[in-house]
Design a protein. Structure first.
Length: 333
């Protein structure tokens, strides 16, 4: 069954996901401004006469909104439906890769095609067992609409959550095992073992952010500081988004902040988490912001403007994370 499914999935490689797509709006200054404000990006290259669009906006100009694209090909939906039918009903975005060939400018009309580039063999991850599906989008502009300006690869994992027997193959395997056991001599029933709580997903540590996690291990929240213009930045980046300098040092956050914004997570319910819980955008006293859990009050009592203080919470023997505890007492409602 597994081999048969893998063969069927591989047959989708190279098939179109979107063919002849067109951006719903040309590249334009208002969207660039909104993006830069949301990202806190003050680079002068993105404003004024001769401005360009931030390269990482590449995917923005291809988005179809809630109505999607009329040129969406059926293959991608068929592939996902095939995985759903096999029990791989959960999905998580794992990573994306972008390549920039030329800068986009206000007025550029965007066209694009998307293809199912690859479907992996069945993989077992901490979340569960499933398949990685990668699509590649070729983005074009220019007067003839045929100038390749960038590519965007997007990868998801379609999986059956760990501990769940949600796919056909595992159900059939369990059924065969059950039938074979019925014909075996019955001995003492094994005592059920307590199920170990799944571990939280590990953060992605790379050469650009390793120093941040080394600080967390020492119970220090380190903020990058540009060595040229002294601009602070968090999360860590390989270069300054104000002046472009690659040189930097760090300052230690004092640990005080306020809830700038927050959401309450109800879904999806991953095994290592206990929803509902509050996730806040915390504005630190130093002026930078970071995302982390808000603790110390019930999730429905979190409010914008609440003062919070940094704590470090141990999740397991390997993982410790910075979180923020509400400092003021909340009166019961």
């Amino acid at each position: 069954m597994v081999e048969d499914l893998s063969v069927r999935l591989k047959a989708y490689e190279g098939r179109a996901a979107v063919h002849g797509g067109r951006g719903k709006d040309p590249v334009n200054s208002p969207m660039i401004r909104h993006w830069c404000e949301a990202m806190g990006d003050t680079n002068p290259a993105y404003t004024g006469p001769g401005a360009i669009a931030p390269p990482t906006m590449l995917q923005v100009w291809t988005m179809g909104g809630l109505s999607g694209h009329e040129t969406r090909a059926p293959a991608y939906g068929e592939l996902l439906a095939l995985l759903d039918g096999a029990g791989y009903t959960s999905v998580v975005a794992t990573d994306c890769e972008q390549e920039y060939l030329r800068a986009l400018r206000p007025g550029d009309e965007i066209t694009f095609d998307s293809v199912i580039e690859s479907v992996s063999e069945r993989k077992t991850t901490r979340l569960g067992t499933g398949y990685f599906v990668t699509t590649r989008m070729d983005v074009r502009a220019g007067e003839e609409g045929d100038e390749l300006v960038g590519t965007h690869r997007f990868r998801i994992l379609k999986y059956a959550p760990a501990g769940a027997s949600g796919n056909h193959e595992s159900r059939e395997h369990e059924s065969r095992e059950h039938e074979s056991r019925e014909h075996e001599p019955r001995e003492r029933e094994p005592r059920p073992q307590p199920r170990e709580r799944p571990r939280r997903p590990r953060p992605v540590v790379n050469r650009d952010n390793a120093g941040f996690w080394e600080g967390v291990a020492r119970h220090r929240l380190l903020i990058q500081r540009c060595a040229d213009c002294a601009t602070l930045r968090l999360p860590w980046l390989p270069g300054c988004n104000a002046c472009g300098s690659p040189e930097w040092d760090t300052v230690e956050a004092c640990g005080e902040g306020v809830v700038y914004s927050y959401v309450v997570m109800h879904h999806p319910p991953f095994p290592a988490f206990d929803p509902p819980y509050a996730v806040g955008l915390i504005e630190l006293a130093e002026g930078v912001r970071m995302v982390s859990n808000v603790i110390g009050v019930p999730y429905d009592k979190v409010r914008i403007g609440m003062p919070v203080r940094l704590e470090f919470v141990r999740c397991d023997e390997e993982l410790e994370l910075p979180v923020f505890r509400v400092e003021e007492e909340v009166a019961p409602v």
